[in-house]
Design a protein around this ligand. Sequence first.
Ligand code: MOS
Length: 753
Amino acid sequence: MADDAGRPFGKSTPRIDGVRKVTGAARYGSDEPVPDPAYAWLVMSTIARGRVVGFDLAVASAVPGVLDILTHETARGAIKSPPGPDGKPTTTTLESDRVWHAGQIVGIVVADTYEAAREAGHKVVVRYAEEAPSAGFDSPGASLEPKPANPQQPEPAKGDAEAAFAAAPVKVEARYSTPTQHHNPLELFTTTCVWDGPQLTIYEPTQGMWGLKNAVAKQLGIDAANVRTVSRFVGGAFGSRGAATSRTAWIALAARRLKRAVKLVPTRDQGFTVSTYRAETRQRVKLAANRDGRLQSLVHEGTEVTSRPSNYNVSGTETTSRMYACPNVATKVSLVHADRSTPGFMRAPPDTPYMFALESAMDELAFALGMDPVELRRVNDTQTDPISGKPFSSRSLMKCFDAAAEKFGWARRSPKPGSMTDGEWMVGYGCATSCYPSNIGPAAARLTLTPQGKARIELAAHEIGTGAYTTVAIAVADGLGLEVSDVTVELGDSRFPPVPVAGGSNNAASTTLVAMKACEEARGRIALAAVKTNAGPFAGADPARLRLAGGRLVGPDGQSEPLGKAVGRVGGVIEVHAENVPEGLPPDAAQGLYQGKTAMVRGTGRKDVTAFAFGAHFVEVRIHARTREIRTPRVVSAFAAGTIVNPLTAYSQFMGGAIWGLSSALHEATEIDPLAARYVNTNFADYLIPVNADVGQVDIIFVPEEDHQVNPLGVKGIGEIGIVGMNAAVANAVFHATGRRVRDLPIRIEDLL
Ligand code: MOS
């Protein structure tokens, strides 16, 4: 029984979907059985800039089994591309003859079999009028422009950063860069579309069930009520499935033309341009401090690559300007438009690249000051947002540093770079701050509770690998005083009430809060029925003082009865449709969810406080004296992220994030052919990610933190924070091991020769 002492909230709970996941019963979108599907193959542009002047389809059409070939000529104007996150068009797919980037979809072949579609796809001849493309930074023809001003979110600034920099006694100034990266979730970017009369069902991995539903309806010009999206289990997302792309509506159109289900399973290679990516950045940081280490000036400028039509950017200065007390701050973000596909969210989109620069610069400043890097963070720690002047809702940064430093053995570090060796290995210790803003959105859910004491909750939330089924079950069990095993959770179907896009680490807070609200409504009805009866233990009691605990309804004087009996008194199964709107949003904010919009309360956009989760990474690197082989035998990371709903799955999130941080420091980079503006290493052989041998001991520390302001449950979210800052911690450790400061990621052997 879940009595008060053993409340499910915060108790490690095995995944309720664990058996389904390891037995194959958990289905990805393309595994959902559909009757007699035809198969689609994407024909993608081999040029990065220019126009399609014609197609030769005769040979492709003659391949046995080919049913249809869609091009901008055969399906002109049928569909409008969805706008990107900034409301601008992303790219056009089959919509016109314009080619915006290499790997743009220019044709879709549909056939009876996958093999026939693929063969015919390779036999489609596309004739282009090619123009010289710009691949990115430094490419001729790429245009550098300031980021368009956003009055709602001005560039963080205060004081006179340049004057303070000039006047300060100790300063560092450096340029940093981060590479293009691709998410590469294991599940491919698949889409299956099935029509039943006017009703369209879409099976597609997504982080935005209702967003995809509404986007596709809009593109096809049909009523969103006729579109159902299904995505019960997603094989990784990391931001790559946050916004709708144009492929979905085209597959729907292909299915409508054929009057037959159509299934698309793009290849790994095609995934590099079917979806989005993390764009490369270049940054400049200037830090100045007094001799005691106190910051006097922070200047952080970033330049990001985006596509020609889009202004997508991540602007991580929103985060970096808030990390430390500093009286003078100047920030600026610029964009380089190139002939590239439009970038998008990738885990901790702003924070991962921009905190690399800030936290590397902090390490450089500590060295210039002759100060311990942890002490430099301590001297500049603050409980007040330096830009807005609002208090942090809670900030346990130094507790994280202290807990991780102790476990790591930071005290054993000899400060001088290159001074620690072990046989043929140069040893380096590095650390860095981790952080992520605490975001939350409105959400809706449907709850039923039976007289047998069984609960069922339905919401169109997203299981992207994080353990969402289980966190929701925990919330319901907690709210109704039940065991987790008494709760059935249904996610991943737009027939269920909408929740925000599973992005910005809002998922745990948004979904558990609406679940708790639904439970509270159910409790209220049960309590009201109980006090209204003339007989029975609760007659005449204050309904507000009746609780659900241990499978019972419990009164203020300890009287109780089985929950089932209390539910029965209400008159059978209790059904609740709940909507939760977080403080700071208008009361009707939940309405937008039904149109596929997410109104988010951002951690930096709140009236009362600034809300972030914080952490600290410590890493040991070992670099071989002769080969310069780089190893990371030990990582200790501590996080304080408010209430942890399920420590078991949270541990996995933190650990996965920390490992991905190692990856972003040492392994990952999408290589771009500068002349062709084409991605080169579009496979798991050439796109480097860490394997087990690259990862040593990873210790995760949970620093307890109660936050009563961030939201009623104190949940800050943990999906993204794990990766943030680890790249800098590794670079700082490499400097400590070798005296060599590498400011351009990833750090490879050749950087240390
Ligand atoms: Mo996250 S990159 O907002 O899925």
